[in-house]
Design a protein around this ligand. Sequence first.
Ligand SMILES: Cc1cc2nc3c(=O)[nH]c(=O)nc-3n(C[C@H](O)[C@H](O)[C@H](O)COP(=O)(O)O)c2cc1C
Length: 186
Amino acid sequence: MNNQIVVVCHSGYGHTSRVAEAVAAGADASIVSIDAEGNVDPTAWAQLEAAKAIIFGSPTYFANVSWQFKRFIDAASSVWMKQAWRNKLAAGFTNSAGISGDKLMTLQTMMAMAQQHGMLWVGTGMMPSNAKASMRDDVNYLASFTGLMTATPFDASVDEMHPGDLRTAQLFGARVAEVLKLHAAH
Ligand SMILES: Cc1cc2nc3c(=O)[nH]c(=O)nc-3n(C[C@H](O)[C@H](O)[C@H](O)COP(=O)(O)O)c2cc1C
């Protein structure tokens, strides 16, 4: 694990955390957790400032980021004032119960926030698995480009998450690491 890429994530019931672990494994990233009160460890701010890429993660609750994640966004106001995240790479992921579940709005909230910080947004860069022959556990079955989407039935445990979603999450992390390498080379 290196500190160039940091995944910052909230998860109410553990599902989004599991996605965060897969993303972090693919990106060789460390994870900062947003707790149930919407706080991060105070040392996390310096960690985020030192990072070259930040990957944001939140469950979708009522068609947007969780209030804890929004609290984190608002707590980053002082970062915004300094534009301390300017020109870092940014990417986002969300998990929700529905295949849609309106989770594009969650990713768009993250993307707009990243744009306000002057960050450079990285999408999935992945072809969708949306042919007749596609299977639920194929990579990018949810066919998302803006950011990583995963779907977990509301009554499924963390252990019952779709393996294809977790594989997609790992590839998404690797994609951010790949783009960071290209970015660093220029
Ligand atoms: C308050 C609340 C609101 C939710 N709203 C949505 C929603 O708008 N769309 C959806 O597909 N799932 C929705 N869900 C389901 C969660 O997104 C889903 O259970 C997800 O796996 C939770 O992730 P977590 O375990 O990381 O908290 C909602 C769940 C809760 C508790």
